[in-house]
Ligand binder design. Structure first.
Ligand code: ZN
Length: 174
């Protein structure tokens, strides 16, 4: 299965979009009361986020205390869980919107409206976590260190090592 993250939004009162940049350098925790919590956590990691992970049973009925973590700025969750936590009235809950789930082996892709600078703030190499170079014409995101080019297919960066193209030895990256 492939998750196609479509962006973050605040859960609860006045919930609006949260830019990926707003998650940088925050102390993040992630909860998932879904069938495959690991899938959600993997989706976050693929976006360059490293929250403390808290799996819950599928269909877990959250209580506010479930979301009280030490050293925590924001709690990330799925939309499914967000529905149950909306009424808690907390401003530190953020849901990851997922536009579609495609039945395919690859776990993760991020689909932006366009690959913009804000997105590149958070899209890092899944191997070494370093910043990627966006090659617009080639529709690729390149990690100079690993010399891998991750393809952007239908506007979706595919951040998987097995799908990445190895750069030719002479290929320069600017
Ligand atoms: Zn890398």
């Amino acid at each position: 299965m492939r998750l196609v993250p479509a962006g973050f939004r605040r859960v609860g009162p006045g919930g609006g979009p949260v830019s990926p940049a707003a998650l940088a350098r925050k102390r993040l925790h992630a909860v998932a009361g879904i069938g495959h919590p690991a899938r959600f956590f993997a989706a976050l990691r693929a976006l360059g986020l490293a929250p403390a992970e808290h799996p819950f049973p599928d269909h877990h009925a959250y209580r506010p205390a479930d979301l009280d973590f030490a050293e925590c700025d924001l709690v990330l969750m799925t939309e499914k869980d967000a529905v149950k936590c909306r009424s808690f009235g907390r401003s530190d809950l953020v849901a990851l919107r997922v536009d579609a789930e495609v039945d395919r082996a690859s776990p993760i892709a991020w689909r932006p409206a366009s690959v913009d600078a804000r997105l590149l703030d958070i899209l890092v190499c899944p191997l070494c976590k370093s910043t990627l170079v966006y090659r617009k014409a080639e529709r690729e995101l390149v990690c100079k260190g690993d010399r891998l080019a991750f393809p952007i297919r239908d506007g979706i960066p595919v951040m998987l090592e097995e799908d990445a193209r190895k750069l030719d030895p002479q290929e320069e990256v600017e």
